[in-house]
Design a protein around this ligand. Structure first.
Ligand SMILES: NC(=O)c1ccc[n+]([C@@H]2O[C@H](COP(=O)([O-])OP(=O)(O)OC[C@H]3O[C@@H](n4cnc5c(N)ncnc54)[C@H](O)[C@@H]3O)[C@@H](O)[C@H]2O)c1
Length: 270
């Protein structure tokens, strides 16, 4: 039997890192983005969809026959409120509603550390910041991720969808700077975490942190491990190089790092 997994925002950083890593025999990846994407490589089992997550009809069509949705599509940094609201908040509601209408039983939502970005790192405690730490957004972008989680909770409680929200730290090929030594989610661990979210029997509604098993980490991984996630990477192997090349940045005493000092509503560097 083949299983189809719809991935939104598939042309972005995480989507491109996951495309080869989530390929499995018997699985078709339906890759959706506003942007064009490279065609299938040899033996690659994919379907490409060019559409907006804000388009209800296109999203309902894209959800048809899917076993799960991994929703990555949207604005991944600070931006004017109207854009954040339209793409991240309304877009996520559109994705969840499309999943409901098409009968997709499970949705995995990309949340972010910026949902709790104003929380001091020093408050992490020995077990790390719990995955359900209350909202403390650092930007309009962070507010949108709080709303993403709330929408996931609603669609679980009212419509019975399984929804897992991942508060992603920093998912890039290498940890970005000193803060990344604590927040890195290696691409391979990212794939392990998405697989755990896809495979966990009846997860209900959950919020988990998305990070590797970093020596300097300050997120609790207990909740993600309870889903079946077993991280294998640690940013520490990059520490010597990163510490020689860069210093902590303003804002690094807060979970959100540089986002906590960026002007609200203005596009910022990642
Ligand atoms: N990369 C990280 O470390 C990180 C950390 C925390 C959270 N996240 C979240 O994970 C998700 C993916 O992050 P990323 O780093 O790959 O971001 P990215 O900006 O590289 O990719 C986002 C993708 O979404 C697409 N997109 C934007 N608007 C769209 C729309 N209306 N319809 C369809 N597609 C649209 C873009 O074209 C892009 O390809 C985002 O939701 C982001 O907020 C990422």
């Amino acid at each position: 039997m083949t299983e189809t997994v719809l991935v939104t925002g598939a042309a972005g950083t995480i989507g491109r890192l996951m495309r080869p890593r989530l390929a499995r025999p018997g699985r078709t990846l339906r890759l959706l983005d506003l942007l064009d994407q490279p065609p299938a490589g040899p033996g690659e089992r994919i379907e490409l969809v060019t559409a907006s997550v804000t388009d209800p009809a296109a999203m309902t069509a894209a959800c048809r026959g899917a076993a799960a949705v991994i929703h990555l599509g949207g604005i991944s940094r600070e931006a004017p409120w109207e854009q954040i609201l339209a793409v991240n908040v309304d877009g996520t509601r559109t994705v969840l509603e499309a999943a409901r209408l098409a009968g997709v039983p499970r949705v995995i939502l990309a949340s972010s550390n910026h949902a709790v970005g104003m929380r001091p790192v020093a408050e992490a405690g020995p077990g790390g910041v719990p995955a359900n730490a209350p909202p403390r957004p650092d930007t309009y972008y962070g507010v949108s991720k709080v709303a993403v989680e709330a929408l996931g909770s609603l669609y679980h409680d009212r419509f019975g969808l399984d929804v897992v929200c991942i508060r992603i730290g920093s998912c890039f090929p290498e940890p970005p700077g000193v803060r990344g030594l604590a927040t890195w989610l290696s691409p391979d661990d990212g794939a392990r975490l998405f697989e755990a979210c896809l495979a966990a029997p009846s997860p209900g509604f959950r919020v988990v942190w998305g990070a590797s098993d970093n020596t300097r980490g300050h997120y609790s991984l207990t909740e993600a491990r309870a889903l079946g996630y077993s991280p294998r990477d640690d940013a520490e192997r990059f520490a010597e190089k990163i510490l020689a090349e860069s210093a902590p940045a303003p804002g690094d005493a807060l979970l959100g790092g540089g986002f906590t000092t960026t002007p609200v509503g203005e596009p910022n560097p990642l």
